[in-house]
Design a protein around this ligand. Sequence first.
Ligand code: AMP
Ligand code: GLY
Length: 435
Amino acid sequence: MAISTTRPNALPPLQRVLVVGGGGREHALTWALGKCPGMDAVRITPGNGGLVDEQRDSIAETDGPNLVELCRRKTIDLVVVGPEAPLAAGVADHLRQAGIPVFGPGAEGAKLEASKAWAKQLMRDAGIPTAGHWSVTSEAQALAVLEEVKRPLVVKADGLAAGKGVTVADTVAEAEQAIRSAFEGRFGEAGSQLVLEERLQGPEVSVFALCDGERMVILPPAQDHKRLEEGDRGPNTGGMGAYAPAPLLDAAGLEQVRREVLEPTLQALRGRGIDYRGVIYAGLMLTSDGPQVIEFNCRFGDPECQTLMPLLGPELGLVLQACALGRLDLAPQLTISNKCSACVVAAAAGYPDAPRKGDAIQLEFSDDELLQVFHAGTRRVDDGRLVTSGGRVLAVTALGSDFNQAFASAYSGLSKLHFDGIIYRRDIGHQVRTD
Ligand code: AMP
Ligand code: GLY
């Protein structure tokens, strides 16, 4: 896609926003955008049980033509696309071609997440710190690399694999097994190309940059907990909880990430003719050689988004609109709370492999300024009752003046929330809690 030239001289009124998606991340975005002064309506499609029917539409998140029609019918001023699948499918291109401002990259920019080989090549060309890698398209080629290096490399499916496409092998045999199973079709088309990567060591942290194609606003670093079980053990999940700001990355560290990672990435995208208007999510490992990129995503993290949104000021809507219009310089300063944010996910029995659906949910508290419940896998049945309808069901986010206080209040919120088979980790934020 050619660089777009549509950059207005002033931000138009922002009254009606459409959020695309149905997870906890999108519920949090809807909630945060609703705080924007002058906002008339924040709609969501398809949404979940946490949103009232009047706010929701039923257009599928990848259905570009019907999303355009919906935006015209509801006179939408801005679309915010939450998940990676519609972005990779070119929904943002579709809306932009119809003249609708969108926060979210087009399909070319979404390759940052949708093709690990493409992202690694961009990083290599731009000198962005990341693990050394080999892109391979056949089993023989992959095994030859392994044979030559004789180290257990990290094996990654090139395409979108719902967070399951990575094997961090401890032995060469394990890496070999991961290679064979990918080429046997374990990840479908996503695994027909692989990235083999040197293994890095260090703690992980996520940084999110809101980009307008040229400029960016960087949010406080967040850390999530990907493993299902306490002690960071068990299978990988979408994320069982998170906290922000992650003290692992102080102001100087964040500045280094801006200088060495985020700004060169946005420039490299521009160099490829990509006008990237959306989130660059850098998954980083803090190694003894400095921060290195583990992965890029083209969207907010989930549950990092539910963690970060309560820290952001009501200007967020205008900031996202300014990104969508390529004029971040016209946006007001985004205020960021100096509180600590703690988010704990409640998942359904059987998550992540086979989450059970249909369990009745009781929620015995109401949100306030410092405590929010964001829905994900929830649904209202005909009699109005709320039931579970997916793996990660709800997330509770609390703010506090320190992490002990924030987590105490998040867990106190969770204790007032019930459904059969509820799973949650009691040790989210163990790195930053002292109680
Ligand atoms: P990804 O989907 O690329 O983020 O990978 C999932 C997880 O695998 C990451 O969060 C890391 O914990 C781990 N991982 C990925 N790449 C590497 C690497 N090069 N070295 C060590 N661990 C890695
Ligand atoms: N929480 C990790 C992700 O959204 O990819």
